[in-house]
Design a protein around this ligand. Sequence first.
Ligand SMILES: *Cc1c(COP(=O)(O)O)cnc(C)c1O
Length: 379
Amino acid sequence: MKFNTKTIHGNQHHDPSTGAVMMPIYQTSTFAQSSPGVHQGYEYSRGANPTRSALEGALASIENGTHGFAFGSGLAATDSVMKMLNPGDEIIAMDDLYGGSYRMFTRIYTKYGLNFHFVDMTNSQNVLDKLTSKTKLIWIETPTNPLMKIVDIQAVCDLVKGKDILVAVDNTFASPYLQNPLDLGADIVMHSATKYLGGHSDVVAGAIIVKNEELAEKVHFQLFAGGGILGPQDSYLVLRGIKTLHVRMQRHCENGRKVAEFLSKHPKIGSVFYPGLESHPNHEVAKRQMKDFGGMVSFNFKSGARKDADQFLENLKVFTLAESLGGVESLANHPTTMTHASIPAEKRAETGITDDLVRLSVGIEDIEDLLEDLKQALG
Ligand SMILES: *Cc1c(COP(=O)(O)O)cnc(C)c1O
């Protein structure tokens, strides 16, 4: 089955009890047993729920995995991966990371004895330099949030092949439409399903997908024993979103490219961070690794002035100033005060998240309206 068909039919079946074409929302906590231990595959909804199972099947299908798991948020999904580790273990993580991941790693898990090294993985030598016998996990994010760096997933996986080290990829920005990390050698794919998978800014959800039975058992144990599950209503919303992922992503990519080209020619703009531009330092890796370049575009101002970013963001009319990304509507975000406020100022400066940086999630509206809005807001 090819990708577009998988978004609609992958691991899906009609509801066995009624023939309902769309999986119903099984709003129930528990399931009747005819005799102790005799049931139809479901006992209690923390362990499994039919609506969540349908979503988990779809997730596995579109990421070319064997097992998918649906969590109450992207961070709950990440949390379950961290809890598989033991005190003393070392993790090598990308230096430009979603702010909430960085906050979890540094403020929750260092307290439990996990040791993190944050390195720029666009150069694999930086990963090699931090590898020790205690390294147990590599945490990749690509494209990164908000600087759109691209990590060569296969190159990093090759570095640790045969070693007892898991490679996990936060695939939120790309979505499974653009890249499938499991095919490139990764062990774990994580998503904030709040973003492109849900696609309509109406649900917070997370996902883990794996391709290995033993690892799947460990993730399910975290979900079941830790309790961070996604409820049936929200599972339904994400499942519904996935069915149009491919058509939405095509338009996100078309519009994203045009916005990046427009900004890179504008006299007030400094740098534009978009992997589809030939001037992007990781453009060649992006071309090889991704089907297209996505709908996320970051940029800063030639003046370097925070007030220019503020004024631009206040002036926007079609773009909404709000956190989050990946929905049908265009959003604009100011990383310093919004998504990346949890990263200390000196750390932000080190990675290049300046106060005049703006991140756009380019939606699927008419491109003429989006460009017109950017033009007037910059004017
Ligand atoms: C939003 C986001 C997360 C966190 O997901 P939530 O669903 O908000 O918990 C993690 N990684 C990336 C790249 C994100 O954009």
